[in-house]
Structures are given as C-alpha cells and as structure tokens.
Design a protein around this ligand. Structure first.
Ligand code: HEC
Ligand code: HEC
Ligand code: HEC
Ligand code: HEC
Ligand code: HEC
Ligand code: HEC
Ligand code: HEC
Ligand code: HEC
Ligand code: HEC
Ligand code: HEC
Ligand code: HEC
Length: 538
C-alpha cells in the first residue's frame, strides 16, 4: 500500500468537514508533535490551540499533498556518502522535505501558509532549537534517505534485503524511495521516536540489513556502535568519531565483560591510527579495528594456524596470489591487504635483498621462509622446541602481537601493539654488538631452543658470532623470507639475508653466503673488521 492520495482525501474530509480522526488525533496529541499550547513537550505555541495546523492546512493552500501547510526548504543539503554505499541519495525529496521543513532548522516552526504571521511559540522559539530534534542541513551524519530502494539495489549489496519482503509497517514512497517516513510515522509515537515499529533488538534495522551473525552478545544490537542521526563519524554512522573510539568505548575497561585492550593501542609500536572513518585509498596507510575484526560477524572461536581467528569474522583479505578476497580464510591474507603489494611500512633492517612485500617473502616459491603459507624448506631444524616441527605453520601473529602473549605457545596473540618494535610479541634486538642473553633474542628463543643454537648444532659458528662477537641474529637472518625474485637458492637458504649496515663486501668486493650442503657453507664478506675470503664451516 502506498500513502498519499487516499490519505489526502481522507485528510481533506477530516479537516475540511470538521470530522474527527480519533486514532491519529489521540497519538499526535500525546506526542512531541502536538505543538499547540496544550502540547506535552517544551516546544509549543504560546496560545495556538489547533494541533494539525502546524503541518496541515484546513483547506488546500499548498499544492503538496496531504494538504501541506508549510513552505518546503530549499535544496541546499549535504548528503550522506561513503565508499561502500551503493544507493545514490540526492537532495531530499517528497515527505522527507516535509519533515525537514521543521527539523533542518531553517524555517520557523510556526510559519504556516494558513496564517499571515508565524504562530508565536512559547519562550520565543522560532526555528528548531539545538538538541536532538535539530538535524540541520548537513545530512552526512544521518541515515541516507531519498533514494530508490529496489531489488536491483539489494542485488548489488548482499547485505541488503529485497524491499519486496518488507513488512507492512515499513513503507517506501510511491516512487519506491526511502524517506524519513519509511522509519518514522509523524502521527504515532507508540514506539518512541515516532518509529514505525519497535526497534528493540534492532528489529527495525534488520528488516532491511542482513549483516550476518555474531555470537558476541554485546555486539548484536546495532545501537552498540551505530546511531541513526548526528553521527560523529559521518560515514557508517558510528557513535564515535573513529572506529577505534567506537570499539574502545566498551573495550577500555568500562564494560565489565568486554576484554580491555585499550592500553595496547598506546604502546610505542601499534596498530590503531585513529584516522577518520572511510579514509581515502590506499587503505594500507591506516589501520583500525575493523580492518581485522569484521564487526558484524565475529565469533568467539579459536582456530589453528594459518586460519583466521574466529573473532576476525567474515573479514576481507588479499590472497597469496595478490587477488582481493571477499572473505579471508587465512590470517596472513588479512595482513596482505596492507603489508604486501601496497605496504606502507618500510623495512627496519637494510638487507642485501631488500623486500617490502611480505606476500613475496612468504610465498611457497620463495627461497627460504618462515612457514606462513606452506611448511618451510628445511627438514633439519634441530633447534625447534618439542612443541614445534618442520611441518608446522606459524602465523604473523605468532611473532607480531602484544608483548607478553607467549609467542611460542602456538596461539595467536592480539596484533594490537607492543613495547617491542616492530610490534613484536617478545624482545628481539636487531642491533649489532648486542650482548647475548635469553632476553636479547627472546622472540626467537620462544620457538628455537637457546641451548641448541648456542651449542652449534647446525651452524658450527653460531656461538662464536652470537656470544663472542655479539652479532644479532638479524645481521645474518631475515625473519620473514627471501623472495624468488631475489637472491639464489644457494645464497639465501636458511633465511640468510645480510644486514648491509653491518656486513660489508670483503677485500675482493664479494659479499655472499654459499650453501654447500647440510650444516655446511662458505662466506665471502667483511664484518667487525674481519675479512672472510671463502671462509667455510663446519
Ligand atoms: C508534525 C507534523 C504533522 C502533524 C502535527 C500532523 N501531521 Fe498528518 N501528516 C504529516 C505528514 C508528514 C504526513 C505525510 C506522511 C505520512 O503519510 O505519514 C501526514 C499525513 C496525514 C494524513 C494522510 C496520510 C495517511 O494516510 O496517514 C492524514 C489523514 C493526516 N496526516 C492527519 C492528521 C491530523 C488529523 C492531524 C492532527 C491531529 C495531523 N495529521 C497532524 C505530518 C503531520
Ligand atoms: C511543524 C514542525 C515539525 C514537522 C513538520 C515535523 N516535526 Fe518532528 N518534531 C518537531 C518538534 C518541535 C519536535 C520536538 C523536538 C524537541 O523536543 O526537541 C519533534 C520531534 C520529533 C522526533 C523526536 C520524538 C521524541 O520522542 O523525542 C522525531 C523522531 C520526529 N520529530 C520526526 C519527524 C518526522 C519523521 C517528520 C516528518 C514525517 C517530522 N518530525 C516533522 C517538529 C516537527
Ligand atoms: C533508517 C531509519 C531512519 C530514517 C530513514 C530516519 N530516521 Fe530518524 N530515527 C531513527 C531511529 C532508529 C531513531 C531513534 C534513535 C535513538 O533512539 O537513538 C531516530 C530518531 C530521530 C529523531 C530524534 C532525535 C534522535 O536523535 O533520537 C529525529 C528528530 C528524527 N529521527 C528525524 C528524522 C528525519 C527528519 C528523518 C529524515 C530526514 C529521519 N529521521 C530518517 C531512524 C530513522
Ligand atoms: C527500510 C530499510 C532500512 C532500514 C529500516 C534501515 N536501513 Fe540502513 N540502509 C538502508 C539502505 C537501502 C541503505 C543503503 C545501502 C547501500 O547503498 O549500500 C542503508 C544504509 C545504511 C548505512 C550506511 C551504509 C554505507 O555503506 O555507508 C548504515 C550504517 C545503516 N544503513 C545502518 C542502519 C541502522 C543502524 C538501522 C536501524 C536503526 C538501519 N540502517 C535501518 C535501508 C534501511
Ligand atoms: C560492534 C560494533 C558494531 C555493531 C554492533 C554493528 N556495527 Fe555496523 N559497522 C561497524 C563498523 C566499525 C563499521 C565500519 C566498517 C568498516 O569500515 O569496514 C560498520 C559498517 C556498517 C555498514 C556499512 C558497511 C557494510 O558492511 O555494508 C552497515 C550497513 C552497518 N554497519 C549496519 C549495521 C547494522 C544494521 C547493525 C545491527 C544489525 C550493525 N551494523 C551493528 C560497527 C558495528
Ligand atoms: C557496547 C559495548 C561494546 C562495543 C561498542 C564493542 N564491544 Fe566488543 N565486546 C563487548 C563485550 C561485552 C564482549 C565480550 C562478549 C562475551 O563475553 O560474550 C566483546 C567481545 C569482543 C571480541 C571477542 C573477544 C574474544 O574473546 O575473542 C572482539 C574481538 C571484540 N569485542 C571487538 C570489538 C570491536 C572491533 C568493536 C568495534 C567495532 C567492539 N568490539 C565494540 C562489548 C563491546
Ligand atoms: C592487525 C589486526 C588487528 C587489529 C587492527 C585489531 N585487532 Fe584485535 N585482535 C587481533 C588478533 C590477531 C587477535 C587475537 C585473535 C585470537 O583470539 O586468536 C585480536 C584479539 C582481540 C580481542 C580479544 C582479546 C582478548 O584478550 O581476548 C579484542 C577484544 C580485540 N582484539 C579488540 C580490538 C579492538 C577494539 C581493536 C581496535 C581498537 C582491534 N582489536 C584491532 C588483531 C587485530
Ligand atoms: C588496513 C591496513 C593494515 C592491516 C590489515 C594490517 N596492518 Fe600492520 N600496519 C598498518 C599500518 C598503517 C602500520 C603503521 C602504523 C603506524 O605507524 O602507526 C602498520 C604497522 C605494522 C607493523 C610495524 C609496526 C611498527 O611499529 O613499525 C607490523 C609488524 C604489522 N603492521 C603487522 C601486521 C600484521 C601481522 C597484520 C595482520 C594480522 C597487519 N599488520 C595488518 C596497516 C595494516
Ligand atoms: C618468525 C617471526 C615473524 C613472522 C612469522 C612474521 N614476522 Fe614480520 N617481522 C619479524 C621481525 C623480527 C621483524 C623485524 C625486522 C627484521 O628482523 O628484519 C619483522 C618486521 C615486520 C614489519 C616491519 C617492516 C620490516 O620489514 O621491517 C612488518 C610490517 C611485518 N614484519 C609484517 C609481517 C607480516 C604481515 C607477517 C605475516 C605475513 C609477518 N610479519 C610474519 C618477525 C616475523
Ligand atoms: C612461532 C615460532 C617461531 C618463532 C618465534 C621463530 N621461528 Fe624460526 N622457525 C620456526 C619453524 C616452525 C621453522 C621450521 C621451518 C622449516 O622447516 O623450514 C623455523 C625455521 C627457522 C630457520 C631455518 C630456516 C631454513 O630454511 O633453514 C631459521 C634460520 C630461523 N627459523 C630463525 C629464526 C629467528 C632468527 C627467529 C627470531 C627472529 C625465529 N626463527 C623465530 C618457528 C619459529
Ligand atoms: C653470523 C651469522 C649468523 C648469526 C649471527 C646467526 N645465525 Fe643462525 N644460522 C646461520 C647459518 C649460516 C645457518 C645455516 C646453517 C646450515 O644449515 O648450514 C644458520 C641456521 C640457523 C637455524 C636453523 C638450524 C637450527 O639450528 O635449527 C636457526 C633456527 C638459526 N640459525 C637461528 C639463529 C638465531 C636465533 C640467531 C640469533 C640468536 C642466529 N641464528 C644467529 C648464521 C647465523
């Protein structure tokens, strides 16, 4: 059923013939829309007794139905927009303009066609005063209106329901457009806020939006994070200015059941830029909660590496081959959105084979790599602790997580922030002349046994270099991998990729490692003043 013609003739009948419209009259009378002197709200006339007159004329003064008694505001609105919006809202039309003739604050509430002068309001109120009733002419912070909501829009966005299935309470206008009156009924305040139906449990929102399911109970109400009007974020209508603030509103210790993660985002190395919502591309220059946790679908479920943790929900990603994915299956695919082809974070160690694209570093075709996507290349890794094997996969979040998250235990930690840069789960010194200690290389020693390394079970000169020469693991080893586009299978096996600020060419101008078989190799380089010319081990 569409509103309009039948209604206006009914209105004409009730208003012109002086007939009663008991149902409407009752509910308008009791509501903030009774602006007569007897109205219940603080905004009311000083002496005017008629209730309907603020909106409807007793005879047809305005060509706009239903017997509209007000000037329509001019089209000077700023319109809601976001990068994910498929709808195309334009300047407000139809019934929305009727509402805005009071709620945008440009026209005096008492200004009606059927009176020469505006109806005087008590307290000298003229236009809509500051407060929740004032939407203003900037509608960028309000739910979008005045666009066609049809089945093709729903087809373009799988998270929208087909409007053909809307219940009778929720109506589009005769042009199929969504208006203020789709959600509100100016006459009926039975559900509060003049809503067309009860919005308890977000019942109204989910008639149109199907965002997916979350088993995190506190996240099930849209109003936990969204507002319908006056949103401080603009795009996505969040109840705070940024995504981070929206989430930390509860996750800062103020909500008894919500894990408190707020302090992790003020650690020196962290993942929340508190940048404006919906930033301009490239997306990789900003990081926020919703880049890893899809707010509407996260579950409380633990998963095995390399899978995405349950609390990432149906998050998007970039696949191992570089193609965008609607839903990431593996954690690394989430990181590849920002740290692969469009990485904005520069390497902290300058290496012989410089690579900023982690997708290439961890690719199964890479020369050597920590096993993120597929098991690693080396079958002989004697230092691995008993709970690790050469068939195991690790997650980025095994190494990059909040400090204190016990990286060697195989359970991913929150990639939120750390006292150890670059966002490392435990301490790791990349500096030359670091005195060896359990703490200095704690990150590596969480999976690799310190005694094994220092007793030279693989590289017969480990102890000499690490303890006596105080050389960091990072001087010889790349913690990620060496891409197949760089280096060579003999020169960059075992994650060997020298730090060129420490390791220099030898007197012959050569700087290279050569793998000559299991636990044997040769080096040509200069380091700590020592010239290696074909220096071999064991
Ligand atoms: C605050 C403004 C406002 C007030 C006050 C108001 N109305 Fe309305 N009325 C509207 C708007 C807007 C529409 C068109 C949108 C709609 O149909 O919901 C409308 C539509 C109508 C319609 C026709 C549409 C329909 O089918 O419901 C009737 C009849 C009506 N009003 C009666 C009344 C009566 C009687 C009063 C006084 C008791 C009254 N209204 C007071 C805003 C108002
Ligand atoms: C004649 C002026 C006028 C028109 C037209 C008008 N309103 Fe209002 N509306 C008001 C006033 C005044 C208030 C009270 C604001 C306050 O108390 O701060 C109000 C309050 C509201 C509220 C808040 C109710 C509550 O429970 O606090 C909603 C929602 C609302 N209007 C929606 C609408 C919609 C939707 C339309 C169009 C269908 C509309 N209004 C048209 C004047 C108007
Ligand atoms: C998609 C549904 C939807 C649309 C469209 C919509 N509103 Fe609302 N509006 C709501 C909900 C829900 C609330 C109650 C908000 C709350 O309780 O936090 C609300 C509240 C309000 C309020 C009360 C102030 C407040 O912030 O609580 C006013 C005034 C209002 N709406 C006016 C309008 C006007 C005018 C339009 C058209 C320009 C409009 N609304 C369009 C859903 C909508
Ligand atoms: C009558 C249907 C309807 C109702 C009810 C409704 N919405 Fe919407 N909403 C839409 C449509 C259609 C869009 C446009 C979506 C698009 O183009 O991607 C939209 C857009 C949005 C957007 C902006 C999306 C973007 O991509 O920028 C948010 C946020 C939103 N709605 C939240 C809500 C919330 C919260 C409620 C409940 C208070 C609600 N909606 C009620 C139909 C509805
Ligand atoms: C836990 C907080 C939270 C809850 C609860 C929540 N949202 Fe959102 N929503 C967000 C955030 C944050 C974004 C922005 C996402 C982004 O930037 O990727 C968003 C984006 C959206 C969008 C636009 C983007 C898209 O995916 O289409 C719509 C529409 C939306 N939400 C509707 C809803 C509805 C409807 C509900 C209730 C059923 C709801 N949201 C509940 C936090 C939440
Ligand atoms: C209204 C308060 C509230 C807001 C806002 C909120 N959360 Fe939550 N969140 C909770 C509560 C409470 C829990 C614990 C739920 C439980 O115990 O079932 C939770 C659980 C979580 C979990 C799961 C933790 C686990 O155990 O795995 C994640 C992840 C999370 N929230 C992220 C977010 C993100 C991201 C946002 C913003 C988009 C957000 N939350 C907004 C209250 C909130
Ligand atoms: C770069 C990705 C990333 C970003 C950005 C991110 N998180 Fe997380 N978060 C994770 C990972 C990984 C985990 C651990 C997953 C698991 O439970 O196995 C996690 C866990 C959580 C948990 C559960 C912690 C606990 O102790 O149970 C909460 C709550 C949470 N995140 C909230 C947030 C909030 C709020 C933001 C934004 C301020 C945010 N996250 C930003 C990756 C991220
Ligand atoms: C949406 C983009 C985005 C996603 C997704 C993302 N990051 Fe980041 N990451 C960034 C940005 C931007 C920075 C720089 C932050 C800064 O400087 O404040 C960063 C910084 C880092 C740093 C270095 C911190 C430092 O202090 O130098 C590490 C390590 C990191 N991210 C790892 C990850 C891992 C692991 C994942 C996947 C779980 C991930 N990131 C997902 C954008 C992202
Ligand atoms: C085995 C531990 C480990 C794993 C697994 C790991 N990283 Fe790292 N990452 C490090 C270390 C250590 C550094 C410090 C730089 C270095 O040693 O070369 C680092 C540095 C970084 C940086 C800072 C820029 C740079 O290159 O210096 C980013 C961004 C980063 N890692 C992202 C990731 C992503 C994304 C993943 C998963 C796809 C990942 N890391 C997996 C240990 C790891
Ligand atoms: C979360 C556990 C974990 C952490 C932390 C970790 N590693 Fe590993 N590492 C592994 C696994 C598993 C393998 C076995 C891969 C294989 O079989 O090729 C491995 C293999 C290696 C190899 C041999 C690679 C090859 O191809 O021969 C080197 C070298 C290495 N790690 C160095 C380090 C350094 C340096 C650190 C600290 C920055 C570190 N690892 C931190 C799990 C870890
Ligand atoms: C001077 C260069 C150098 C330094 C410094 C160094 N390594 Fe190595 N590492 C090697 C070489 C060369 C190999 C390859 C041995 C072979 O298999 O031929 C190796 C092999 C490894 C392996 C794989 C075999 C095994 O033992 O399990 C691990 C793990 C490893 N190193 C960890 C570390 C850690 C942790 C540190 C720092 C505490 C470190 N390395 C410091 C050169 C170095």
């Amino acid at each position: 059923m569409k509103r309009g013609h039948a209604g206006s003739s009914f209105l004409a009948a009730t208003l012109l013939l002086g007939g009663a419209a008991p149902a409407q009259q009752l509910s308008v009378v009791d509501s903030p829309h009774n602006l007569s002197a007897s109205g219940p709200g603080s905004i009311r006339a000083s002496s005017e007794q008629q209730v309907c007159i603020f909106c409807h004329a007793p005879h047809n003064t305005s060509p706009i139905r239903p017997l509209w008694n007000r000037t329509m505001p001019v089209d000077a609105y700023s319109i809601y927009t976001s990068r994910s919006l498929d709808a195309e809202p334009g300047q407000p039309t139809g019934m929305s303009k009727m509402c805005l003739s009071c709620h945008d604050g440009t026209i005096a509430i008492g200004a009606v066609f059927s009176r020469q002068n505006p109806i005087p309001m008590s307290g000298g109120v003229s236009t809509m005063p500051m407060g929740p009733g004032l939407l203003g002419t900037d509608l960028r912070d309000d739910h979008p209106i005045s666009f066609v909501y049809d089945s093709s829009l729903a087809a373009a966005d799988p998270k929208l329901r087909n409007p053909a299935t809307l219940p009778h309470e929720i109506q589009l206008d005769s042009n199929g457009e969504m208006q203020c009156t789709t959600c509100h009924d100016a006459h009926n305040n039975a559900f509060g806020s003049f809503l067309v139906m009860d919005n308890i449990g977000s019942a109204l929102c989910v008639e149109c939006h199907q965002m997916g399911a979350t088993n995190v109970q506190a996240h099930q109400d849209c109003a936990s994070c969204h507002v319908s009007h006056g949103s401080p974020s603009g795009p996505y209508l969040l109840d705070r200015q940024t995504i981070g603030e929206t989430c930390l509103n509860c996750h800062d210790g103020s909500h008894p059941q919500a894990p408190n993660v707020a302090s992790q985002f003020s650690l020196p190395s962290n993942h929340e830029t508190f940048s404006e919502v919906d930033p301009a591309p490239p997306a990789s220059q900003h990081a926020s909660c919703a880049d890893c946790h899809e707010p509407h679908t996260m579950t409380r479920m633990h998963t095995q590496a390399p899978l995405t943790p349950g609390n990432f929900g149906q998050i998007d990603g970039v696949g191992a081959s570089g193609t965008p994915l609607l839903v990431a299956e593996n954690e690394y695919e989430v990181c590849f959105k920002c740290h692969a082809d469009t990485n904005a974070v520069m390497p902290i160690v300058t290496r012989l084979a410089q690579q900023n694209n982690t997708r290439l570093e961890f690719d199964p075709s890479a020369i050597s790599f920590h096993p993120i996507e597929t098991p690693g290349r080396n079958a002989d890794v004697p230092s691995l602790k008993p709970n690790w094997s050469t068939q195991d996969l690790v997650r980025c979040s095994d190494c990059h997580a909040v400090n204190g998250s016990n990286p060697g235990n195989g359970a991913a930690g929150p990639v939120h922030g750390s006292v150890y840069g670059p966002l490392l789960a435990d301490s790791y010194s990349t500096f030359d002349y670091t005195s060896e200690s359990p703490q200095a290389y704690a990150l590596c020693y969480s999976c690799h046994d310190r005694n094994s390394i220092l007793s030279n079970r693989s590289f017969s000169e480990h102890r000499k270099h690490i303890v006596e020469e105080r050389t960091s693991c990072a001087t010889c080893h790349d913690a990620h991998g060496i891409s197949s586009l760089q280096g060579s299978s003999t020169g960059n096996s075992h994650l060997i990729n020298f730090d060129t600020s420490v390791v220099l060419p030898n007197s012959q101008g050569r700087l290279e490692f050569r793998d000559t078989g299991i636990f044997s190799g040769t080096c040509n380089l200069r380091c700590h003043g020592e010239n290696h010319r074909g220096e071999s081990y064991p």
